[in-house]
Write a protein that binds this ligand. Structure first.
Ligand SMILES: [Cu+2]
Length: 173
């Protein structure tokens, strides 16, 4: 363990963050501006949020965007969450049906995987407690190449618009 840096080193830390910001500059602005804290490294996850269950449904759904900054494809293999006992990745197949993705989801080189309404989600079951807007949910994403990436997702209200999505013009609900 290193000793805590003296205060004078704070500038160095800021400079290092600035460099990471430059690297992240390769991410399209629309992705980089998500509400979730972007993670550094080969995989950048943005715009992570969770919708609570709509009764009588008892599963929550997690959504996020994964950006693969590398020149090799990667695969999201598994998701764990602190919000419930089960987390299953569901994606849309070529016929438009929502299916469990036992082999994970591909993220092309320099490409994105968008889990959003109609495209896919992580279905969280056997919830440990009630999810309320304003809370956060920890997600652990396991990638074939990049390994584990930790993400914090904001819980939003059931009817709230998806964060990061352009609101329909004139709609304020
Ligand atoms: Cu599902």
């Amino acid at each position: 363990m290193r000793l805590p840096w003296p205060a004078v080193a704070a500038g160095v830390a800021v400079a290092a963050l600035g460099a990471a910001g430059l690297i992240r500059g390769a991410v399209p602005q629309s992705l980089a501006s998500g509400s979730g804290a972007p993670s550094a490294g080969p995989i950048v996850v943005t715009n992570a949020y969770v919708r609570p269950p709509v009764p009588p449904n008892d599963t929550a759904a997690a959504y996020f965007t994964v950006y693969n900054t590398t020149s090799r494809p990667d695969r999201l293999l598994d998701v764990l969450t602190g919000a419930g006992a089960t987390a299953v990745l569901h994606t849309t197949n070529s016929k438009g049906n929502m299916i469990a993705a036992p082999n994970g989801a591909l993220i092309p080189a320099h490409g994105t995987l968008v889990l959003s309404t109609g495209k896919g989600h992580v279905m969280i079951g056997q919830l440990f407690g009630t999810l309320k807007p304003g809370q956060t949910v920890d997600l652990q994403l396991d990638f074939q190449r990049a390994g584990t990436v930790d993400v914090v997702a904001n819980v939003i209200a059931v009817g709230a618009p998806a964060p990061g999505a352009a609101a329909p013009s004139g709609a304020h609900s």
